[in-house]
Design a protein around this ligand. Structure first.
Ligand code: DHB
Length: 402
């Protein structure tokens, strides 16, 4: 029943799927459900302007690109994004290309997460989808029963939506995860002793393809957003205050870590934005409790290296949309019951890869000289063995979405 969520002042609202959070997971789920004729309402704490402008990663796996295409929201991505067929690993001042397409037949798309969000919000609005922004004090009730409810405040007024299912898509700091009783969940976590300092720069591209650089001073990454806007990162202390870094000091650090005798030069430009990102690996198991299903960062976080976060959010909700579709079509809970197991297979593979890519390229102060030497040996292997390079490329471009 389409459009079953109708907000009426003073009346309790009903929808088939209440979706908490308008990030990539929540918005894409709402879009997929709409295509299957299933009604949903999306609740979001921030404003539309905020979700459409927050800078996050920008690498889409081939499978993510295919899903956005297949569901009719890929047109602007193909016009404005850039297909990359390889990435570079730089260490000892020497650059080694990993030929993603040659090794796997697959490529990646550089297209910022907030652009995906803009495309999804537009698609939902065009279809008459219901999204409530600036909601506060969201609470999930009766997740384990047949008729869960989501309570919240909007414009100072207390409201409630009853629903068949709740999708918790509100990120690592969201409330959804807490609706799974502590005794029913297990959390796995690893916090890294470093973060990423990220800058957005107005400058031409320094490199056609991404450069992941390992240096004794720490990791650095050259990425891009467009011909005019570039994205650069370097490893830093997780508690670093970005405002304490002058532009001059930022460029000095990037030049040092990206130095090469190959004639390549980093092109400087106006720094438009700067910030520090923490690095964490996290998984909650199970990803479901009764009629509550977690998806994306609400259920798992990967360290930034390899940019898997949004890709996992998209694959989670693809799995969830198929399971909900089966339930609403014929009452079968088989796919819903298997949601956690299906998602976690892919999630743990992405966890493994993200930690490995991080360890391969970052400086960990706790490492001894032997471990640092081994890190170089591993980089040598990845860049000289076709089998090892293929393993990297398979994971980087994305493992299959079931
Ligand atoms: C970007 C982010 C990443 O974490 C990564 O591995 C590559 C690129 C980015 O923001 O462009």
């Amino acid at each position: 029943m389409q459009g079953s969520g109708r907000a009426r002042e003073g009346l309790a609202m009903f929808t088939q799927v209440a979706i908490v959070g308008a990030g990539p997971a929540g918005l894409f789920l709402s879009h997929l459900l709409h295509r299957q004729g299933i009604g949903s309402v999306v609740l979001e704490a921030r404003t539309r302007q905020e979700i459409e402008s927050t800078i996050r990663a920008g690498v889409l796996e081939q499978g993510t690109v295919d899903l956005l295409d297949k569901t009719g929201v890929g047109a602007r991505m193909h016009r404005e994004g850039a297909l990359h067929h390889g990435i570079n690993l730089r260490f000892g001042g020497v650059t080694h290309r990993i030929d993603l397409r040659g090794l796997t037949g697959r490529s990646i798309m550089l297209y910022a997460q907030h652009e995906v969000i803009r495309d999804l919000v537009r698609a939902r609005l065009d279809a008459g989808g219901e999204m409530l922004f600036e909601v506060e004090e969201v609470g999930i009730q009766d997740a384990a029963g047949p008729r869960p409810r989501v309570r919240f405040r909007q414009g100072g007024e207390a409201r409630e939506i009853s629903c068949d299912f709740v999708a918790g898509c509100d990120g690592f700091h969201g409330v959804s995860r807490w609706a799974i009783p502590e005794a029913a969940r297990t959390e796995y976590q690893h916090v890294y002793p470093f973060g990423w300092f990220g800058i957005l720069v107005r400058a031409p591209r320094s490199s056609e393809e991404l450069i992941y650089a390992r240096h004794d001073r720490g990791f650095a990454l050259v990425s891009t957003r467009s011909a005019e806007i570039q994205r650069l990162y370097f490893q830093c202390d997780p508690s670093e205050d970005a405002e304490r870094w002058s532009d001059e000091r930022i460029w000095e650090e990037l030049h040092a870590r990206l130095a090469t005798g190959e004639g390549w030069k980093l092109i400087e430009g106006e720094i438009l934005q700067k910030g520090v990102i923490a690095m964490r690996s996290f998984v909650v198991e199970p990803m479901q409790h009764g009629r509550l299903f977690l998806a994306g960062d609400a259920a798992h976080i990967v360290p930034a290296t390899g940019a898997k976060g949004m890709n996992l959010a998209i694959s989670d909700v693809y799995v969830l949309s198929r399971a909900l579709n089966e339930f609403f079509r014929n009452g079968s809970t088989a796919l819903l019951d298997g949601y956690t197991a299906t998602c976690l297979r892919r999630v743990w593979q992405a966890q493994r890869f993200s930690r490995w890519m991080t360890a391969l390229t970052h400086r960990d102060e706790r490492d001894d000289a032997f471990s640092r030497r081994l890190q170089l040996a591993e980089l040598e292997q990845v860049t000289s063995s076709q089998a090892a390079a293929t393993a990297l490329a398979e994971n980087y471009t994305g493992l299959p979405i079931e």
